[in-house]
Write a protein that binds this ligand. Sequence first.
Ligand SMILES: Cc1cc2nc3c(=O)[nH]c(=O)nc-3n(C[C@H](O)[C@H](O)[C@H](O)COP(=O)(O)O)c2cc1C
Length: 227
Amino acid sequence: MGGLLNMNFSKKSNGSDGTIDGQSITANQLTRSNIEWRNGYGTPSDGNDTNSQNTPTRKLTKDAKSIIIYFSRSGSTELLASKVAEQTDSDILEIVVKDSYSGNYQKTLSRANSERENEDYPELNMAVPDLSQYQTVYLGYPIWAMTLSHPMTSFVTTYGSRLSGKKIAPFMSEGGYGQGDSVSRIEDILAAEGSKDNTFTRALVVDGNKVDKSDSNVKHWVEQVKK
Ligand SMILES: Cc1cc2nc3c(=O)[nH]c(=O)nc-3n(C[C@H](O)[C@H](O)[C@H](O)COP(=O)(O)O)c2cc1C
């Protein structure tokens, strides 16, 4: 036993990797060295995508001109969203599915595979405002099977028609294999849902175990998005 088969993924003692709208973030991949990380394979969650200790993030104001809409299972994308929030005056909306993905990686993987094969994407459990006040929408998600993770697929399918005319700024965390076809999936779904006149910025892509080291990358990207 030992070595790669007996890895200890326990969190560092302070337990918090950041905050978003005042709530603590735990990102389970950050403690993994590159050799332990295995491209994110096996990453557990606490079984509640929004964190069992937290309420889903909802920061909605009257005046914000941009909003960060994100989904995160194991915390890396949420930490990235918090860094985008630090660089902008955005509102924030966390995507919530009716049935959370399992804390167990294998169970999440088999559910995700079945959803993808059957094109049966998860039901959402969230109230979404009309979004008309926002000029820029930052869309944050993890990569699953080299494409958009399914809660974001459900979101853009269900609410895509509310995104007409907006600048879309995609950001994601992934297991080291890049953005896949996730951005063209968003473009295709928005077009199919009748969203018109969208502009897309370059996507921000960060490895899930290195989000804590992404501040300057995020800052530079946000500067480009704001241009
Ligand atoms: C079901 C599933 C499938 C995944 N597929 C890929 C993949 O195809 N390519 C990749 O680079 N990472 C893949 N990953 C790794 C995640 O993209 C990565 O761990 C990400 O940082 C997780 O973000 P989160 O902590 O916000 O949930 C997958 C993760 C899961 C749970």
